[in-house]
Design a protein around this ligand. Structure first.
Ligand SMILES: Cc1cc2nc3c(=O)[nH]c(=O)nc-3n(C[C@H](O)[C@H](O)[C@H](O)COP(=O)(O)OP(=O)(O)OC[C@H]3O[C@@H](n4cnc5c(N)ncnc54)[C@H](O)[C@@H]3O)c2cc1C
Length: 804
């Protein structure tokens, strides 16, 4: 075995093999894969090999398409067959909600360039005559996908990697990882030590244990999973075409032809965690005991929906373990605090996702950037809240829901409440319906007295609609209170703080007593953050951004090398916040502070440390509603007292609680985009409109050259807010925006603008088409609706209320 390599990939399942191939293809030929047993001996060898492009996140869908298309390339390069059956797939709907979800997939697929269409059940029977149509009301056909041979595919990656100079060592177990001072690693194995610049944890079923080698606890856990292969079916005899992969949401079943019989698998509601504490070292090429008794009721449903399967015997049963993260998406990327340590694990759909993961991870390692937005599979979407117990509760929840619809207004209940602000129970008592963001409970909307604080999961308008409207109107007409504790908060301090911030952020860094809106770019000039910086003193700054991105931003800050005289720390749990917004906000607040809050004395983006009633507070004049507004930050010990004082001061003005739903409506009426939804690392300052907050007079900041060059060339596309005609429901996200029958862009977020009485959709369209009044069409659940661009905010376009 060689004793050094540029990168060591730990694990020879389909994911490790793909990472190895992509690293070698990127030009890193000195790469070595270490596998403790045979290739594929973890969860890969017994997979059903199904592959498809379906994912709720457009970027992951795109990577899944890349994965499937890649198989021809690795076959050609390696001479090894992947055993492809690229015959597409069917998805069956049994309820109106499921039908909506299929229509949404169709609308999204156009821009993604995927061949997908709604078909009748009669047409579905041509692809799969075994369906009993009485249980279903609609079907979707996708040309992409099919199935492959798991071992052949992994071997094809491995052989293709070898042709590019990569090496693989089987029967070589990594037993320890020792970091050197220069950031490189000594990889200790049972066959000797390899010195590597980078290591990648692709250890699948053992990813948790390989994480332990460097002291981290990855939120990953294995579940048992069963599928059956039937005896030959007479219905298949003589058929020219194979029966395609069919997903039955109602039955939580997938099935397809396997030789002259069928393969049928189920994601049962009470799944079994496999090896909850430690994965056995000696588990290799093994299956688990079958548990027919437990699974019989679920397979029975399959035999009812596909009756021919129940009429023949079972040739083979497979029960194998594979891993999941709490939300079912993979964990990919570098881990904060560890140099040159990467993960690509918790990959639930290795044959749909393995290629795409290899692609983005290899770019990240070799070029310093994944090359596209992958927030939804970034390991940094989890923070300290994702403890082993959290993972052990959330993973089974996700498994049980694998084939259930994820409604956009649905909040999953497991492991909640986890993080609670000091006023959690008070908000609940006020009728709050809660969501969870980065483990922290936050109010989505408030049920008035007499209304049950719960919501039916739906793609359409829910019973919350009228109550969110009342919240929006209260903010626009009088004043509202919104808890902002769930924002990401960081303190940056020290002698070198201003100079470091100047380098990391593209914006001007404000003077003491002022706040600035502050985009943060990567070297390629793409948006990695849309934050605000409040200067509390020459050497002390409070930075506020998206709560879900806390770990992502902390990793970004630490990779931006703060010098010794700069301290950066999260204050997520040590500062709680409120937003007070509305025309009467000043009247409410003034009696509680000694500070003169008049428009000339405390202007928009002013910052003060002051007392608000009994509580010491950081007070800023800022907000996200477009109204006169203030944000107040206090430590948790004062927070409830502050809340009490605000409530009683607000009573004469009709102070109303408002939640995240109302905020989404209010911000879209103002044309404000939001990080994660509208602004992500795919977009540039000129595309998003954040260019106006960039200080190009600064001689240097990350992303400056790229942003400058885009300034000269102009953006390719633009973020716009559109008004939807005759809408009876709102867009969800990623629907295609159509012009003359062609998909020219896609939606990033939507909401009903309750104070303008219009349904709004935000998204990106080609720059040349982004004209005021330009008309597009959006397929909203199968209905083509006209969408008209409004370049100016639909509400208070001059910002008079904001500055009042
Ligand atoms: C019954 C079943 C059906 C499935 N069906 C499908 C399907 O239809 N489609 C689909 O896409 N996916 C399917 N999957 C999931 C699929 O199997 C996984 O997504 C995939 O195998 C994950 O691959 P991996 O490389 O991440 O992990 P693994 O295959 O577990 O590979 C990890 C490798 O790392 C090695 N390793 C671990 N620790 C060390 C160490 N210390 N030193 C050296 N080597 C080490 C292990 O030996 C192992 O070979 C199915 C899974 C099961 C169980």
């Amino acid at each position: 075995m060689k004793d050094s390599a540029q990168a060591v990939v730990i694990g020879g399942g389909v994911v490790g093999a793909s990472v190895l191939y992509h690293l070698a293809k990127s030009g890193w030929s000195d790469v070595l894969l270490l596998e403790k047993s045979e290739l594929t001996s973890g969860s890969t060898w017994h997979a059903a090999g199904g592959m498809h492009t379906f994912n709720g996140e457009a970027n992951i869908s795109r990577l899944q398409k890349y994965t499937i298309d890649l198989y021809r390339e690795i076959e050609a390069r390696s001479g090894q067959s992947c055993g492809l059956h690229p015959n597409g797939g069917l998805m069956l709907a049994a309820t109106p909600g499921e039908l909506d979800s299929l229509k949404l997939i169709c609308s999204r697929a156009r821009y993604l360039g995927m061949e997908t269409e709604m078909i009748s059940l009669k047409e579905a029977l041509e692809f799969n005559p075994l369906i009993d149509p009485q249980y279903f009301i609609g079907a979707l056909w996708r040309a992409d996908g099919g199935h492959c041979d798991p071992s052949g595919t992994t071997q094809a990656y491995a052989k293709a990697a070898r042709t590019l100079g990569a090496t693989l060592e089987r029967f070589t177990r990594v037993t320890a990882l020792n970091a050197r001072r220069d950031g490189s690693w000594d990889v200790i194995t049972d066959k000797g030590t390899v010195h590597a610049e980078h290591v990648v944890n692709c250890a699948g079923l053992w990813a948790r244990e390989v994480g332990h080698l460097v002291g981290i606890e990855l939120p990953v856990l294995a579940m048992e999973h069963h599928y059956l292969i039937t005896e030959d079916l007479p219905e298949i005899a003589g058929r020219a075409k194979e029966i395609v992969n069919t997903t039955d949401y109602l039955g939580e079943i997938y099935m397809r032809q396997e030789r002259r019989g069928c393969l049928i698998g189920t994601y049962e509601p009470h799944g079994i965690v496999w090896s909850p504490v430690k994965t056995p070292d000696d588990f290799a090429m093994q299956l688990l005991p079958e548990d027919f008794e437990r699974l019989a009721p679920y397979f029975e449903v399959g035999f009812k929906h596909f009756p021919a399967l129940g009429r023949v015997g079972i040739r083979k049963a497979v029960n194998g373990p594979f891993t999941f993260a709490p939300d079912g998406n993979p964990l990919v990327g570098p881990v904060r605090g560890l140099r040159n340590y990467w993960v690509a694990c918790a990959v639930m759909a290795g044959f749909s996702q393995g290629g795409g993961i290899g692609l983005v991870l290899s770019r990240w390692m070799t070029e310093g950037d994944p090359g596209q937005d992958i927030l939804s599979m970034d390991v940094a979407r989890y923070g300290a809240f994702a403890t082993p117990k959290y993972t052990s509760i959330k993973v089974p929840e996700n498994y049980a829901r694998r084939f259930r619809l994820a409604y956009p207004n649905e909040e999953l209940p497991a492991a909640r409440p986890l993080r609670r602000s000091p006023i959690y129970q008070r908000l609940k008592d006020a009728g709050a319906v809660m969501g969870a963001n980065f483990g922290l409970e936050n109010a989505l909307w408030f049920a008035p007295p007499g209304v049950t604080p719960s919501e039916t999961p739906t793609y359409r308008r829910s019973e919350a609609f009228a109550h969110v409207k009342a919240e929006c109107q209260a903010v626009r007409r009088a004043v509202g209170i919104y808890e902002t504790t769930n924002y990401g908060k960081y303190e940056v301090s020290g002698r070198g703080a201003r100079a470091w911030l100047d380098r990391v952020f593209a914006s001007r860094i404000p003077k003491p007593g002022r706040l600035a809106l502050a985009p943060m770019l990567n070297p390629g000039g793409r948006i990695v953050g849309d934050l605000s910086i409040a200067c509390l003193g020459e050497e002390r700054f409070l930075i506020v951004g998206s709560g879900f991105a806390e770990e992502f931003h902390l990793r970004w800050f630490s990779s931006s090398d703060p010098p010794a005289d700069v301290q950066v720390r999260s204050v997520a749990s040590s500062l709680c916040g409120f937003s007070i917004a509305g025309p009467r906000a000043r009247e409410l607040l003034q009696p509680l502070v000694r500070l003169d809050l008049s428009a000339t004395a405390f202007k928009l983006f002013g910052v003060r440390e002051t007392a608000v009633g009994l509580a010491p507070v950081i007070l800023t004049r800022a907000g996200f509603t477009g109204e006169l507004g203030y944000e107040l930050w206090s430590t948790p010990d004062y927070f409830e007292t502050l809340y009490d004082e605000l409530l009683s001061a607000g009573e004469p003005f009709g102070l109303a609680h408002f939640g995240g739903r109302a905020l989404s409506s209010l911000r879209l009426e103002k044309g404000y985009g939001s990080f994660n939804k509208d602004f992500r690392p795919d977009y540039t300052p000129a595309e998003t409109g954040l260019e106006r907050f960039i200080d190009f007079t600064k001689p240097a900041f990350t992303g400056r050259e790229a942003a400058l060059s885009e300034r000269t060339s102009g953006p390719r596309r633009r973020f716009v807010v559109m008004e939807i005609a005759d809408a009876d429901t709102e867009v969800i996200g990623y629907e295609s925006i159509m012009k003359d029958g062609a998909a020219v862009g896609y939606v990033t977020s939507g909401a009903f603008g309750h104070c303008i009485g219009k349904s709004l959709a935000a998204g990106y369209v080609p720059a040349a088409m982004a004209r005021d009044g330009a008309r597009f069409e959006i397929d909203i659940f199968g209905e083509m609706r006209t969408a008209a661009v409004h370049l100016q905010a639909r509400y208070d376009p001059q910002g008079a209320r904001l500055r009042s």
